[in-house]
Design a protein around this ligand. Sequence first.
Ligand code: BES
Ligand code: MN
Ligand code: ZN
Length: 462
Amino acid sequence: DLAAGAGQCRAAHRLPGIKPRRVVLARCGDGSPAQARKAVQAAWGLLKSGQPKTLLVLAGGASGAAVAAAVQALADAAYVYTATKSQAKPCSLHKVTLAVADAGAVRSAFDRGVAVAHGVELAKEWANRPGNHATPSLLAEAARRLAKQPRVSVEVLGPKDVAKLGMGAFLAVAQGSEEPLRFIVLKYQGASKSSAPVVLVGKGITFDTGGISIKPAPEMDEMKFDMGGAASVLGTFAALAELQPAINVIGLVPSCENMPDGRAVKPGDVVTSMSGQTIEVLNTDAEGRLILCDALTYAERFKPRALIDIATLTGACVIALGAVRSGLFSNHEDLAAALLDAGQAALDPTWRMPLDDDYAEGLKSNFADMGNVGGRPAGAVTAAKFLQKFVGEHRWAHLDIAGVAWKGGAAKGATGRPVPLLVQYLLDEAGRQALVPAGQERGSKTVRAPKRAKAEPRTAKR
Ligand code: BES
Ligand code: MN
Ligand code: ZN
């Protein structure tokens, strides 16, 4: 009776001679990870109303990748948000057993699936929490808790430190808020000190009102998800701590609120970034790029082998790619290819977007080195071109996750993306590094430091 096609399923109750009360048969199609995921999701759809406590998945000769996909799909389905509900019921499911033909063959993929599931869960949890329960300070505390794990450490900078560093763009966004900003510096050291790290930078706007260029009221609540990039960095570190791969990773999270206020940055204000480049803040709602640009400049000190920022950056990216693929921008072919491949493998796909210099035309300003917006056409690309002005010759990629980080409508909630992609990329990268003889590692290129502007003091007030 089972119709053709992955995800088709049938349920049966109290089959004679079988101990479990409920049995679901689900078609896994060609057995690919994507179809295994589909089968698990569909089967769970039939089972969940019975609130099962335990689940036995007969996965036969499933590949490691399919096993990892099944584990992640189940963890995803079993996630329940409870943090701010007075009478929340957690998911009934507390144990899943996977039966496979050769457990040894899929063990490491299984472990990876579990670690990614934990990372996704952490990312979802922080992204789901409302702005008043996920302030920059609370994000920093979450990072501190991660740093209790082996090989993970953290440093948290406050407004004074950030002022001392000359992060005038980041400070400008934060200055309209009563909540103090935090700049979180996470380190995972899984390889020798001399091994150049991958640096991840996550946008951590804990609420984006738009500032003085205020957003319209409908759906503004969803701007609590504007720290999805930061949440994905935290989630990725949780997975790294669990898997302990041989790679060095730095996680940078500039975090603050974007609020309108008597002291808020105003349209037309010119601020000086840490790089020395001046920026005319034409639209205070284009704040993500302002906090990221200073974090990208800060990242230089780590001489990264790759610099990847992750941000719910533009509504334009939602229009371009919807909720299926993240926008991938990169100045480096190998890095772009590695991220594209990792996204495909992790079922967390991206799509390469252009970076032609012609797209930067609109960022020109009469009153500063650049404006912070480039007009409506190709808004996701002009945002990326803005960021590119702060990465010099470093191998850099920008992931615009505005469309994929959360779902709207009835199923409103964070997705935990792109944790699967980032973990996959880092594990792949650890594998590639293991193949390179010591001393021949690809280090970081030197960067032309842009000239400092003299017009304004470097250190922002407040
Ligand atoms: N956080 C938003 C981007 C966003 C919008 C994410 C909608 C998800 C859904 C970002 O800070 C923003 O407001 N961007 C502006 C930029 C514009 C002013 C150039 C946008 O996309 O409208
Ligand atoms: Mn904004
Ligand atoms: Zn934003």
